[in-house]
Design a protein around this ligand. Structure first.
Ligand SMILES: NC(=O)c1ccc[n+]([C@@H]2O[C@H](COP(=O)([O-])OP(=O)(O)OC[C@H]3O[C@@H](n4cnc5c(N)ncnc54)[C@H](OP(=O)(O)O)[C@@H]3O)[C@@H](O)[C@H]2O)c1
Length: 324
């Protein structure tokens, strides 16, 4: 058994990590750190865990653990690592965007590897420090990577994606307030969402020409999941597109190509990414769906942990979709 610590355990991604790790056969949760709830039962923030754990939040970290997950907002991970020391053997998985871009990937000699297993599995297996990808970034990269690798993204790409309210974290805001969000829909940050930078870095890693990505993020009237669509010219047939994607994801344990049109609920509560391809005239429409808190955050973080420690890649992640 390895020992894990969770920082920011009262938030949404921290809560999902606790749920997954309590059922992971190779992991014991050593501590769950909280700035606001130290000394209180973890169930005060996550009442669904009643009867499953007696863990209490702590205000102190154990520096000698095997792995620590940072589930903090932008900028707080850097601050936290400057203020807290871990042993040189402790592996760190950061869920924020502090270390995702190559320009930000090194902190005090620690080199963070971008943790998208479908793109960097071998690097992740050898890594000590992981920058877990963003949720929109995961859905969109998985939709576009095979096209980028095969040099089919030379034209502009139009992307539309909708996320559930948990994407904005646990603290209530004007646009996650029930009265505003329920029966409502809206876009935000048109063409300028911060995840575009990490998406572009990955797509450009194949060193092919990439057109401009026009990304319109939307807020949906549901709590979890991301459904993303992207389209761009593609000269081949639909069957050729499917073959391209199936070949690219042949070894991917959680990313699968669906023959029928996909919907959100088939992946919610799982670590899966489902992708569907549809050809219209000379355009290829690519649809991808993930759970923002699992494949888009905590599930992918555990997938990365499994790879880093040499565990079976889907250990603790054989989850069941809600569906109905
Ligand atoms: N939500 C998603 O779908 C999603 C997907 C991918 C990536 N992410 C990223 O994952 C990170 C966490 O997201 P989240 O949705 O879990 O956020 P969240 O629900 O807002 O939780 C963050 C937690 O961090 C703790 N915290 C706040 N300020 C802190 C500080 N200065 N030092 C230490 N702890 C602090 C708080 O817990 P205490 O009060 O208990 O300390 C808070 O509950 C973010 O960077 C986010 O961008 C989120």
């Amino acid at each position: 058994m390895i020992k894990a610590g969770i920082i920011g355990g009262s938030g949404y991604t921290g809560g999902e990590l606790i749920r997954i790790l309590l059922n992971h056969p190779e992991v014991e949760i050593d501590f769950v750190y909280s700035t606001t709830r130290a000394g209180k039962q973890v169930t005060t923030a996550h009442p669904d865990l009643l009867g499953l754990t007696h863990l209490e939040f702590t205000g102190k970290v154990n520096p000698n653990i095997d792995v620590v997950f940072l589930c903090l907002g932008h900028g707080n991970s850097t601050q936290f690592l400057k203020e807290h020391q871990f042993s040189k053997d402790t592996k760190i998985i950061d869920l924020s965007n502090d270390f995702r871009l190559q320009a930000d990937a090194v902190l005090d000699g620690k080199k963070f590897v971008y943790g998208l297993p479908e793109l960097k599995k071998e690097e992740i297996q050898k890594a000590k420090y992981i920058a877990n990808p963003g949720c929109f970034a995961t859905a969109i990269q998985l939709a576009l990577l095979p096209m980028a690798q095969s040099d089919f993204l030379q034209n502009d790409v139009h992307i539309n994606a909708m996320t559930g309210s948990t994407g904005a974290g646990v603290s209530p805001s004007a646009t996650s307030h029930f009265s505003w969000r329920n029966n409502n829909i809206s876009w935000y940050k048109p063409f300028t969402h911060q995840h575009l930078e990490e998406i572009n870095e990955s797509l450009n890693s194949f060193e092919n020409d990439i057109g401009e990505l026009f990304f319109l993020p939307n807020r949906g009237n549901f709590t979890r999941g991301i459904l993303a669509t992207a389209y761009s010219p593609f000269e081949g047939s639909e069957a050729e597109a499917i073959e391209l994607y199936q070949n690219f994801y042949a070894d991917a344990i959680f990313t699968h190509i669906a023959s029928d049109a996909i919907h959100l609920k088939q992946v919610v509560n799982t670590n899966q990414c489902h992708i569907h391809l549809h050809k219209y005239k000379n355009i290829l429409l690519i649809t991808s769906a993930i759970d923002n808190l699992l494949k888009g955050a905590s599930g992918q973080a555990v997938q990365n942990m499994n790879l880093m420690f040499g565990f079976q890649e889907d250990l603790g992640l054989q989850l069941k979709a809600g569906v109905f």
